[in-house]
Design a protein around this ligand. Sequence first.
Ligand code: IPM
Ligand code: MN
Length: 372
Amino acid sequence: MKLNIAVLAGDGIGPEVTAQAMKVLNAIAETYSHTFVYRHAPVGATAIDQTGNPLPDETLNLCKKSDAILFGAIGDPKYDNDPTAKVRPEQGLLRLRKSLGLFTNIRPVKAYPTLINKSPLKKEIIKGTDFTIYRELTGGIYFGDKTLSQDGTIASDLCKYSKSEIERVAHLAFKAARNRRKKLTLVDKANVLETSRLWRKVVTKIGESYDDVSLDFLFVDNAAMQIILNPGQFDVILTENMFGDIISDEGSVIGGSIGLLASASIGNHNALFEPIHGSYPQAKGKDIANPIASILSAAMLLDHFGLKEEAYFINLAVEKSLELNIVTPDLDPESIFGTNKIGDFIADYILSADDTISLNKENINFGQSTII
Ligand code: IPM
Ligand code: MN
C-alpha cells in the first residue's frame, strides 16, 4: 500500500517523538513492502515563529491532500501564561480539526500488565483495564461563540450541539462497542445541561439499532470518580468535546504515564493521528520524552487503513519494550534508555521478527536491524 503522510511535528518534544514513529513506520514499510511518503509542514508555535500563523495555508492544504496526518505536539510556555496573546499555538490544532471535519477522537486506555506497578493507582483497581474513549471533537464549548465584554469583565463560551453532530460520532462509538465487549457508556451532565439532555435523547434512539450493545449513562462528575475507582467497568465511553478532553487525561494515569496514550481523529475525508500528551517543553532536545504514544498513534494510522497485522505488530513490539523495561525515565527514573533508543528497539524488533525468540535485554543490538 502507498500512503502519503503529512507530518506536522510541531513544538517541544513533538519532532523527537514523531521521528520515532516514522522510524517504526519505515520498519513496517520494509517488512510488508509498503510505501510511506512523508511531507513535513509547520504547525503551532513553530509555525507562528515562521509565518505568524499557527496553521499556515500550505500546511492545511498539504493535510487536505494527504491520506493521513501524523501530528506531534503543540504549545509553548511563552503563550501559555499570556492571556492577552491574540495568536496561540492551540488555535492551529483546533482549526485543523475543524477545517478537516475530524469529528471523532478515539483514545484507547489500557493497563499494560508489565506496568501495573507504575501507576499511582492500586494494581487491584487498574488490573485488566481496557477501554476506549470516543470524544466528539469539532463541536460543543470549544467551538461555540465566545464573547468578552468591552471592559473585559464578563466572558462567555457557548456550548452548542446539533442532532447530526451527535449522531455521527455515536454511530462510530456503537460500532466500536459492537466489535469489543458490547458496552457503551454515555458520559454527560444531563441533570444540568440542555446539550447533555439532547445527547441522551439522540444516543438512546441510535442505541435501538444496536440492540447487541448495552447502553448506560453516567454524569461526568461521577464518571471522573468511577474511572479511578473501578476503570474495569468501562468498554467504550462516548462523550462530548470538553468532557472527553478532561477524562482522557485522567484515564492516562491508569497506564502509568501520559506518554503512552495514542489517539486517532477521524473525519469523513481525513484522519489525523497524535499522542494525547502535550509539547513538554522542559524535555525538548533532552532525549527523555516517551515516544510510545506517538508510535502507537502510527499503529492506529495503519489500523485505520486496514493494515491490522502491521498495527498489531507495532503493539506487540511496544509491549516487548515495556516487558524488558526498555523505557524512558517517565516509567523508570533509573532507566538508561532515551527517546531514540526506544524507537530503535521497536523498529529493530519489527525488522528482525524472525530472530526475536531469545530476546533479552543483555543482547539487544540497538540501531541496527538485528536483535540476537
Ligand atoms: C487535546 C489537547 C487539546 C484539546 C488542546 C491542545 C487544544 O488538550 O488534544 O486533548 O484541548 O483538545
Ligand atoms: Mn487534552
